[in-house]
Design a protein around this ligand. Structure first.
Ligand code: BGC
Length: 760
């Protein structure tokens, strides 16, 4: 594989815009996306008809021009006309027919392009911790508003690969380990994106669950596992969200490259799920012309940069849909009907999303104030309070802090004096006005760059502002003894710990990295620091900034742990708001936190074995810990609040179609307002070979102290189905289903009830 320095390619900047939440709250039963009424006058029919008319007017040369990029402006790979924007790709339009050029940009947590001021939102894994589809819709809309303001018609930010492998360096870009949670939030995000007339891409289809050997590895996974885990996330995302694009991934799936895998692209995605948009290759993931086109690939990215044949990118990215596709169409190796379908898909997407009639134009700066306000909201709603106990000197839990009753706080480590961390690669959002932490040196061997982005949102300054009469000091953490002594003298010690991750590189361990594991971003042993501080502090709080779970060998010695993920441009403010109780934590883990690497299904990612065996089968994430009876450090769905909730009065019933209605009451038993993500899991009948339980529904309820609310959710029969490998179809099995309603996947006080379903 050609080693390319991607360091320069991932560089955005900020500004903002207003957004409208388009989608309603829960997305359990109905789609909150566009409906797909194939009625004679429905929007899809109209889009199809208009697209077909345009296709009939295009020359073959024009058609061929529309199905591949022309290089990557961000990478400086190719020569572009003045109207092409800096971005991941550029496809020229056909002005004589009013077909606009399309510039795309990466946009995992904000627009990732050079020289723009844009909003860096908390990472997608943080969004997933909110468990809030309405917030996901706003998240998609916020980024899309900024994309459009800057002139982009397409955002590439919809990563939904499941955390089958938590060491995956892109875990921060995805939405956790559960297919229904990730798929539902993906659909909601897509709806928000496309509500702003920007094409949403969901990616990376499929089974692209690690970065090690990502362009050459072969995911070996059986049909049922594939369908019930990662493909289910895509199925929900595609059917409910109706994204314009699905990006096929670099890897092979069962021996066939994902971007020329007819089973995945044509049989499942297009035929079975009814996807009418464009299958777009990941950048350089196309490996053939006729096989890829015939298998269902509709667009090659980034294509060959004009005049860039001698660029090192040329051999990495390749070019299969330019002159080679021209030849394949004229020889008949790729039928004209297939080319027409490729173009039809693109044009109907441009029409349906609203771009053909209203192409985006760069239109001035984004609304930074609106972006910042939304970034703060997401950060507050996505942080997860993992531990909150009373120190020896008090009967009260350490959080929230009360400035009035403290005289000194020492803030330690994690560059909390400068800013908050973010992930790297195409999912990065570069910092406005430069990196808050300077001096990082990327080693010459680094393929993807190795310097974290730090946003200038310093927790230290925000903590000081909350406690103007408290003596707040800062130590950088490099001297554990000094830090421990300062902690002993202070009322509270707040230790910041970070774990950087990026595209292209997996983590060697879930342990907090030290200066040997990540010398670019860490200058000391974070675990040793926390242990030293915990041994002496009166009260000690750990604040985490990370993309994957982290191991906590010190968990028994600290009083509180606040998980903030990569919290975005308002991270410092949000952290202070949460620590002092001006915001009440309401996030829940979208991914299990193990106690040790050895508890993972694959404790080590092999660099030598290109066959990635999904030998754990259905036991992904919490299903693994449940089935193997391994106690995680913190289970999927877990998260505390500054108030408490109780559950009571559970009822469950079914209708003739097998949909299950569950209701119960959630009561805020404390006196502070808070929000609870009430979760429903199902244990399927014995003998089906299923894991002990699966998430089937949830609802986030906001309650004032003492208030109660009845939660009612209708869970579609589909959520109870298993994949039948004989019929190659979903099937609901007859039998008794136990339902559990509670505050996490391992709530020992969960309410239980059961329903009997007949086979469907
Ligand atoms: C990544 C994609 C990204 C693309 C364009 C690829 O390396 O895997 O997620 O959208 O680059 O930057």
């Amino acid at each position: 594989m050609v080693q390319i320095d991607f360091d320069t390619r991932f560089r955005p900047r900020l500004k903002h815009a207003a957004i409208v939440a388009a989608c309603g709250a829960m997305v359990l039963l109905a789609s909150c996306g566009h409906s797909d009424p194939l009625t004679p006058t429905g929007p899809d029919t109209v889009a199809d008809e208009r697209a077909a008319t345009l296709v009939s007017q295009l020359t073959t040369t024009e058609k061929l021009q529309l199905v591949h990029g022309t290089g990557s402006p961000t990478l400086g790979y190719g020569t572009f006309p003045p109207e092409a924007l800096s971005g991941a790709s550029y496809i020229p339009g056909v002005p004589r027919l009013g077909i606009p050029a399309v510039s795309s940009a990466d946009s995992a947590a904000g627009v990732n392009v050079n020289n723009a001021r844009v909003t860096a939102l908390p990472a997608p894994v943080a969004l997933a911790s909110s468990w809030d589809p309405a917030l996901a819709t706003e998240y998609g809309a916020q980024i899309a508003t900024e994309l459009r303001t800057l002139g982009y018609a397409e955002g590439l930010g919809g990563g939904v690969n499941l955390a089958r492998e938590p060491l995956d360096g892109r875990t921060f870009e995805y939405m956790g380990e559960d297919p229904v949670l990730a798929g539902t939030l993906s659909a909601a995000r897509t709806t928000g994106t496309q509500s702003q007339k920007v094409i949403a891409t969901i990616k990376h289809y499929a089974m692209n669950d690690q970065e090690t050997n990502r362009t050459v590895s072969n995911s070996e996974v059986d049909e049922r596992t594939m369908r019930e885990t990662e493909l289910l996330a895509f199925e929900i995302g595609v059917k409910q969200g109706q994204p314009g694009n699905v990006m096929c991934s670099y890897n092979l799936v069962n021996g066939v490259y994902a971007c020329e895998n007819a089973t995945l692209l044509t049989n499942i995605l297009k035929t079975e799920w009814g996807f009418k948009g464009v299958v777009q290759s990941d950048w350089g993931a196309t490996h053939s012309t006729a096989p890829a086109a015939v298998a269902g690939l509709d667009e090659e990215e980034p294509g060959l940069g004009v005049g860039a044949e001698s660029s090192p990118f040329a051999s990495y990215f390749g070019s299969y849909f330019d002159s080679k596709l021209t030849a394949a169409v004229s020889s008949g190796a790729v039928p004209m009907a297939r080319l027409n379908d490729m173009v039809q898909r693109k044009l109907r997407t441009l029409i349906r999303v609203g771009i053909l009639d209203s192409p985006p134009k760069p239109s001035g700066p984004i609304d930074e104030a609106a972006g910042n306000a939304f970034a703060l909201t997401v950060a507050q709603q996505s942080a997860v309070l993992l531990k909150n106990s009373a120190p020896a000197i008090s009967a009260q839990a350490v959080l929230p802090l009360s400035a009035a009753s403290l005289s000194s706080i020492v803030v330690i480590g994690g560059h909390a004096d400068a800013g908050v961390m973010s992930g790297g690669g195409s999912g990065a959002v570069p910092a406005i006005d430069g990196n808050a932490v300077s001096g990082c040196q990327a080693p010459a061997s680094a393929t993807f760059g190795a310097c974290a982005t730090w946003y200038k949102s310093a927790p230290l300054a925000a903590i000081k502002a909350k406690a103007p009469n408290v003596n707040v000091t800062y130590l950088d953490g490099t001297n554990a003894t000094t830090a421990a002594n300062a902690a002993a003298a202070a009322d509270v010690a707040i230790v910041f710990a970070t774990q950087w991750q990026t595209e292209g590189v997996d983590l060697p361990s879930l342990g907090l990295p030290d200066n040997t594991v990540d010398p670019s971003n860490e200058s000391y042993d974070q675990n040793a620091l926390i242990q030293a501080v915990a041994a002496k502090a009166k009260r000690v709080v750990v604040v985490l900034e990370n993309g994957s779970p982290v191991l906590m060998p010190w968990i028994g010695n600290v009083h509180a742990v606040l998980e903030t993920w990569y919290p975005g441009i308002q991270g410092g403010q949000a952290i202070a708001d949460l620590l002092f109780g001006d915001a009440n934590p309401s996030g829940k883990l979208p991914i299990s936190f193990p106690k040790q690497d050895a508890d993972l299904p694959q404790p080590v990612i092999s660099t030598a074995d290109l066959n990635v065996q999904y030998s754990e089968g259905l036991l992904m994430g919490y299903r693994w810990y449940d089935a193997k009876q391994i106690e995680p450090q913190f289970p999927f769905g877990y998260g505390l609040s500054y108030t408490t909730f109780s559950y009571s009065g559970m009822h469950a019933s079914t209708d003739s179609a097998g949909n299950v209605t569950v209701s119960f009451t959630v009561t805020n038993t404390g006196n502070r307002p808070g929000a609870e993500v009430a979760q429903v899991y199902a244990a399927l009948p014995a003998g089906l070979g299923e894991p002990p339980k699966r998430l089937v529904g949830w609802q986030k309820v906001a309650l004032n102290g003492g208030a109660a609310q009845q939660v009612t959710m209708t869970i579609p029969a589909q959520r109870f189905a298993t994949w039948d490998v004989n019929q190659h179809a979903w099937k609901v099995n007859g039998g008794t289903y136990t339902l559990l309603a509670g505050t996490s996947s391992r709530d020992t006080n969960a309410l239980t009830n059961s329903v009997t379903l007949s086979a469907h």
